[in-house]
Design a binder for this molecule. Structure first.
Ligand code: GLA
Length: 533
């Protein structure tokens, strides 16, 4: 019996060691309260998370955003806590949250002042950012106070948002802070980078999640903008690291349809889910939505994937991702209609690589969708600003043929600087392209490449890759490399009506296909098709 137990515990430990972190779920003070926070408010939100069963379905982080700062002790540099908002300091608040079985989160800035100091006139918060105080602050937050999460903003490093006009390098700053956190010796602290745009692929090694847009506000326009800016970022979500679409505005002033769309899209795109309303007087319909465990399961799916666009028609999008098992028989599918009119949307099961006997479950309505025998597609009426999300299960998984460039990983991808000026590849909408988008500005440097990292085939062997290029001309040169095989050089003579065909060998499972040109810009890329020879 005892040895059985030990074997079980060992197996559990191995399983857990291989498991990735899932998107952070909890509550954050900013959307409703901004800097007007205090200890009893924070503790009462923690109480509400428990009382309404939100913590039971995963919302465990109670995050204190900007507004708690009380300056710094001049002699020692130690960070002080706001004397009237948190008169007993932070320790009792953190202890209270922990005693409820929850986790506690805090906020700082990578520069010298916070955004609340700059944008909200919180004068006491000057000089409280982590610049030149990385180790002392990390020690305070994570060892002495016991916080479990930190969001790190960038007003103090952004010359437009700090009094000293400091213009700091985000990568240097966040790497330095990550090191300070690591030095505390805790392995469980979660770090969120808040640089308001995807900052570059370095961030995947530094943080669990990173904001990809400017601040959300409680309007449909804002929700729609944020979804749009995240549509082509699925390649950067993986291995337990996530694009953060910002804190939820659910349960405030959006319509119920918009709230559903907002929550559903955050779920399927694997964004952190941080509730932003006042949980003490949460409405029943908001509670039901936030506690939809079938949608939460997509967000907390162990594969940790972000859905990608698999169909784009005028103004609407269908997104899909694997759930439960990579390349398995179940996929989550969202029909997203951000337009101002209802739209009949559809997707063929074959286009989401499912076949055989198909079962469809509506994750908002918690019921099966009736299909007629032989139905080859799912047709859905989606209201204006609406979204419908399903789990589709087949008895057969088809092999995908076309992979869009807008799902590919670009090693130099970043959104902080003008990509043309700094020479980094970017995604761009182009109605003439499949999927409605392409990748432009690849080349000039070896690392400014395009990588499809998950070209999946069931059987290894000889395949043809057919790549569609957009603006090839007589000078076009591309280096194509598959896994660790020798690369091939493609010149204009190999490009026929925009298509180049490469014969190659693929192995069973995921394959890497990389396109680059270290000296010149290469043509823009639309897609690759993978065909068995
Ligand atoms: C920035 C962040 C917000 C919030 C405020 C606090 O604007 O992007 O999410 O943290 O600062 O001042």
């Amino acid at each position: 019996m005892k040895s059985l137990l030990i074997t079980f515990l060992l197996a559990l430990a191995v399983f857990r060691a291989g498991a990735i972190d899932l998107p952070t779920m909890g509550w954050s003070s900013w959307n409703t309260f901004a800097i007007n926070i205090n200890d009893s408010l924070i503790m009462s939100q923690a109480d509400a998370a428990v009382k309404y069963g939100l913590s039971d379905v995963g919302y465990r982080y109670i995050n204190i955003d900007d507004g708690f700062f009380g300056g710094r002790d001049k002699a020692s540099g130690t960070l002080l806590i706001h004397p009237t908002r948190f008169p007993r300091g932070m320790k009792p608040v953190v202890d209270y949250i922990h005693a409820l079985g929850l986790k506690a989160g805090i906020y700082s800035d990578a520069g010298a002042n916070t955004c609340g100091n700059w944008a909200n006139g919180d004068t006491i918060a000057r000089g409280v950012g982590m610049l030149d105080h990385e180790d002392i602050d990390a020690d305070l937050f994570f060892r002495r106070l016991g916080f479990d999460f930190i969001k790190i903003d960038f007003c103090g490093g952004n010359p437009e948002a700090n009094t000293g006009r400091l213009d700091l390098d985000p990568r240097e700053r966040y790497e330095r802070i990550a090191q300070a956190i690591a030095n505390v010796g805790r392995k469980d602290v979660r770090m969120n980078v808040c640089r308001w745009n995807y900052p570059g692929t370095w961030v995947n090694k530094v943080a669990l999640s990173w904001r990809t847009t400017g601040d959300i506000d409680c309007s449909w326009k804002s929700v729609k903008r944020i979804v749009k800016e995240n549509l082509y970022l699925s390649a950067y979500c993986g291995g337990g690291h996530y694009n953060d679409m910002d804190m939820l505005e659910v349960g405030r002033t959006l319509t119920q349809e918009e709230d559903k769309t907002h929550f559903g899209m955050w779920c399927i795109m694997s964004s952190p889910l941080l509730i932003g309303c006042d949980m003490r007087n949460i409405r029943p319909e908001t509670l039901a939505l936030l506690k939809n465990t079938e949608l939460i399961a997509l967000n907390q799916d162990p594969l940790g994937l972000q859905a990608y666009v698999c169909r784009h028609d005028a103004g609407t999008y269908v997104l899909v991702k694997d759930v439960e098992q990579y390349q398995g028989l179940s996929r989550a599918v969202a029909f997203y209609n951000p337009t101002d009119a209802p739209v009949k949307m559809s997707v063929a099961f074959a286009d989401i690589q499912l076949a055989g006997t198909i079962a469809v479950r509506d994750l908002f309505e918690h019921q099966a969708v009736k299909l007629r025998k032989g139905d080859a597609q799912l047709v859905v009426e989606v209201p204006a600003h609406g979204c419908r999300i399903y789990k589709v299960t087949g008895t057969e998984r088809l092999q995908r043929v076309r992979y869009e460039a807008e799902e590919a990983y670009l090693q130099c991808y970043q959104e902080l600087y003008n990509p043309k000026a700094v020479g980094t590849a970017y995604y761009e909408e182009d109605a003439s392209c499949s999927g409605g988008a392409k990748v432009a500005n690849i080349g000039l440097r070896p690392e400014n490449d395009l990588q499809w990292r998950n070209i999946y085939v069931k059987e290894g062997g000889d395949y043809q890759l057919r790549i569609r290029l957009v603006n090839a001309d007589e000078k076009s040169t591309i280096y194509a490399k598959v896994n660790d095989l020798d690369g091939v050089k493609i010149t204009a003579a190999d490009i026929n009506a925009g298509i180049v065909t490469i014969a190659t060998t693929l192995r069973a499972g995921d394959n890497l296909v990389r396109l680059s040109n270290s000296k010149a810009l290469m043509p823009e890329v639309d897609y690759v098709e993978v065909v068995k020879k």
